[in-house]
Design a protein around this ligand. Sequence first.
Ligand SMILES: [Zn+2]
Length: 295
Amino acid sequence: MTGIPFIHDFEFRYGIVEPVTDGIRRIVARNPGPFTGPGTGTYIIGRGEVAVIDPGPMLPDHVDALLAGLAEETVSHILVTHTHADHSPAARLLRQRTGAPVFAFGPHAKDSAGELEGGVDREFVPDFLLDDGDEVPGDGWSLEVIHTPGHCSNHICFAWPDAGALFCGDHIMAWSTPVIIPPDGSVGDYIESLGRLSQRPERVFYPTHGTPITDPGDFIAKVREHRLHRVEQVAAAIANGVDNLPSLRRRIYTDIPRNLEAGAELSLLASILYLQERGHVLIVGSGRRQRYVPT
Ligand SMILES: [Zn+2]
């Protein structure tokens, strides 16, 4: 049990631009999976001259359907929350088709476990770099950039203060917790970014995957608790002499399918690095011979 009030219900139809609320529409790509839930939800901001947030994976059908739903309208901005393969690759296609510039924090930074989430997008190059606190003004809307590293080091969220809305990418999802894969992902950064998001006044958070979160304050607190609880479990196991990744995985993830074992171990490693950074654990050796020692 995580204690997080997950919401799994999500009403949508693939391939159709659908209204979400005033000034916000969404179209879901057909890329469902364990890390993407129902698929990537591409958001459309405004009417007439619009911004598109997270164009999605390299699925030409998705871009066709998006543009079909925007007939008579113009895409003025392409905004990307981070460089995972289910978020940014279609930005290239959409830029080709519309001429709109691409805005993001930057290209993919460090090496990361590429097999998870279908990989990372190393080819991504934005036209304009965004930084924390930047304003992105458009026709009838203005978004504020919040840098939220943790899930991905170049992850940003977009707040739309006038609409009370915040587009939170993969940092928080209603149906699952995001994977944190070192070295690009960091539990310390993730917790710090959660703290920043908890200070925001916007009342509805729109994750890229799944349904909106309408009580973000409580939800963020529970996500934080869950993540720190996992770190404490790892610390306790290491204190009890469990000193390697496969043993920790068997201790903490008692019943997971084989194909998720590698991901689970990387996720545990993220917690171990968090403990190491804070001086609670020493990492000895490298590779498969890495051992963890309490300090
Ligand atoms: Zn992601």
